[in-house]
Design a protein around this ligand. Sequence first.
Ligand code: ARG
Length: 471
Amino acid sequence: MTSREAAASSERLWEGRTSAPPAEDLTAFCDSLPYDRFLARHDVAGSRAHVAGLLHAGLLSPLEAEEIKAALDAVESELAVGAFEFRPSDEDIHTAVERRVTELAPGAGAKLHTARSRNDQVACDLRLWLKEALAEVAGALLGLAGALLEGARAAGDARLPAYTHLQRAQPVLLAHHLLAHCWALARDFERLRDAYRRTDVSPLGAGAAAGTSLGIDPDFTAAELGFAARFENSLDAVSDRDFVAEALFALTLVGVHLSRLGEEVVFWSSQEVGFLLLPDDYATGSSMLPQKKNPDVAELVRARSGRLIGNLSGLLATLKGLPLSYNRDLQEDKEPLFDSVKQVSGGLRAMTGLMKGAAFDIERMRSAADDPYLAATDLAEFLTERGVPFREAHRRVATLVRRSLEKGSFADLVCSELGPDAVKLLEPGASIQRRSSPGGGGAVPVGRQLERFEARLASDLAKLEEFGRRS
Ligand code: ARG
């Protein structure tokens, strides 16, 4: 490189406008390179499409386009093997890539930014990145749903109490409980798909804010990049971060669901409950207490949801009140998004491994589920079937529970007050057999539910294909 080229390559893209170089301590405050370098691959892909667009519009000669494409190939290889040298003047990944392209192809490279701004470029890169990230998260999400479904299939007739207010309510099949988490994940999958759909729109060609007088074709670059559509309005294209907010919400809700599953693992694996035995490779020990086997993985999954909520509310606060169109505030979209994707992917994988390896103490669950008081609702329903208004039936059974807690066996009281047919309802497993309403936790509806979720998961797995990976 000549000294003139070296001097030019340490300039910012906009230094012609200012008479002094940027203050040194502002660089660290303003530059986004430390985190937007994760967009490098997408920046190169976006630039390739832009070059094709410039060629298509006659703004580059075929030779110039070839030179820039060769330089982009070289930049891509340097980035891939870690040989790309960033410069202190590289404010962001867009500057870095363009600077290096211009070093490698000085004449043609200087035309790369024709009819383009970093404003449409960064939105394009981020959308390309997010499309891939959503595909990955959606895949991991279905992985966890598959592991829970496997657990539900393997659970057979294992049963445990359903809780409300963390008080024992009614017995349900373990499969029913595991499937409850599966349906939440299925809704998450829909939300991720939906977020993907609105991410899949190309902003390239919007320029800085208002488009360009040069005859480019945004539909062409959108198709080159595999986007489903192009922007409708250039002001909106460079200022819209709804797709980031939506993705963050969908991810946050996945995280909240993970935290609820995590909490159940913590609860179930406590000695007080003892329903779940943590797999050794997903448990931790204590530095001081030799007997401890701790559910740190589930606790961290539970805790990370707090961070996700922070990332979402932080971005919404950044967007609130921003005037059209691009404002540098929008640079603050990346760190929360990158972090939430990383945390959710990690959490999904951790919980998948944990649930695959977890063993259930079926006996302990069963003895909790077979607590005769958990059949109280069945007794009230038994009376209802015999014509007693439910409110009256509820009062009669509640009185029996209270009397038996004061003294005496529940079964004896039920027998003497409600007759021998009623006592049969207190037999282990009787309640589950009788619970037949659709979507309920008894054996018959859970069998159907298993089939329905299997079909749902198969169809969602097929839909993963729709998360195109063409960038
Ligand atoms: N680093 C910037 C961002 O992330 C890129 C766009 C810069 N645009 C500008 N007009 N300064 O948003």
